[in-house]
Design a protein around this ligand. Structure first.
Ligand code: ADP
Ligand code: MG
Length: 347
């Protein structure tokens, strides 16, 4: 049966109210490309209702399923997270999936059809303008990529081939995570923050070329901090949004023959496995040790994943029959993030 849209929104709202430590997962299935249609691919993903997708006779339940939905619709279900960040929460949004599945489209989108990051930026400045009679806000941005276990500062003016200089992750006593020496620029308008994002993206291309790689082989992380000071009480709240466009989750391809490509693939696999392990530990109620320290990716996210942080995971899927195995594996990975793990019913 179809879940009515207002019922889904109500559920989302309730989840936000007590989202502490839990992880919201949205599945987004992109359309078949012309090339795929041309080569005879058919669609293997069936949306059973607004929260369920079926692949290979197996059903996967998420907080929302978009097939693919519009950028507007997707953002409507993310918008509340921006308010949370302005209220002093740490928020993470990340996109998981194989290369070509729609991660960058979802996170960044295209000119005129912007994804969640540009919309988040607009929303941050709308929310902070709205609250400006009671609070004074400071917004700042940083951008980095994690490539083969090295953090590359995308806003640093240094030559990207030299910026491999190791940046270390520090955890302060209060639990806050920071990257030592990472450029952090204050932005007073949405345009300024957008310009920063574009600069980081350009730098990423330069860095990829210098490292003889592609952007799909690294994790891209945009960090936006929002500090608010209550004008009356002087109380200070620090919120942070981490937006990650993860490296492609596909397994090593047979065509990836060079040692360099294999090293990259192994590094990606290690990091995504570490992330999956952290997510699984968190969904078990955080009892026992959450293995954040297994990887730089999860160390970066330590204060933004679990605890009181609010997390939204996108699992981006290709519907093409030729991508069946990767799509199925992505859905399985994403399903680990849901508390109810026994909803996948085999028929
Ligand atoms: P990824 O970042 O996961 O490698 P991309 O976001 O680059 O994948 O998407 C691959 C291709 O599919 C791009 O040409 C993109 O424009 C297209 N695409 C992805 N998602 C959608 C969508 N929801 N609607 C239309 N086109 C999409
Ligand atoms: Mg991409």
């Amino acid at each position: 049966d179809l879940v009515p849209i207002d019922q889904r929104r109500k559920k989302l709202h309730n989840m936000v109210e007590d989202l502490k430590g839990s992880i919201r997962v949205f599945c987004r299935v992109r359309p078949l490309s012309k090339k795929e249609t041309g080569q005879g691919d058919s669609s293997i993903c069936e949306a059973v209702d607004q929260m369920t997708v079926k692949v290979k006779e197996e059903q996967f339940l998420f907080d929302a399923v978009f097939t693919p939905g519009t950028q507007d619709e997707v953002f409507e279900d993310c918008r509340d997270l921006v308010q949370s960040a302005a209220d002093g929460y740490n928020v993470t949004m990340f996109a998981y999936g194989q290369t070509g599945a729609g991660k960058t489209f979802t996170m960044y989108g295209t000119k005129g059809n912007e994804g969640t990051a540009p919309r988040t930026i607009q929303e941050i400045f709308r929310v902070t303008a709205q609250g400006s009679d009671r609070f004074s806000y400071t917004v700042s941005g940083s951008m980095l990529e994690l490539y083969c276990n090295n953090i590359v500062d995308l806003l640093s003016k240094a030559n990207p081939s030299q910026s491999k200089a190791k940046l270390n992750i520090r955890q302060e006593k209060n639990g806050n995570v920071s990257v030592e020496g990472l450029v952090e620029e204050e932005c007073s308008t949405a345009d300024e923050l957008m310009a920063l994002l574009e600069r980081g993206n350009e730098q990423r291309t330069v860095a990829a070329t210098a490292m003889n790689s592609e952007s799909s082989r690294s994790h891209l992380v945009l960090i936006i901090k929002i500090i608010s000071v209550n004008k009356e009480t002087k109380e200070v709240l620090k919120g942070k949004m981490l937006m990650c466009d993860l490296a492609g989750s596909e397994r090593l391809k047979k065509s990836e023959v060079t040692e360099h490509q294999q090293t990259e693939a192994i590094a990606i696999n290690k990091s995504l496995t570490a992330l999956g392990d952290v997510i699984e530990a968190l969904t078990k109620g955080g009892k026992g040790v959450v293995p954040y320290r297994n990887h730089k990716l999860t160390m970066l996210m330590q204060d933004s994943l679990g605890g009181t942080a609010k997390t939204l995971m996108f699992v981006n899927c290709s519907p093409a029959s030729s991508n069946l195995d990767e799509t199925f594996m992505s859905l399985k990975y994403a399903q680990r993030a849901k508390k109810i793990t026994n909803t996948a019913t085999k028929k």
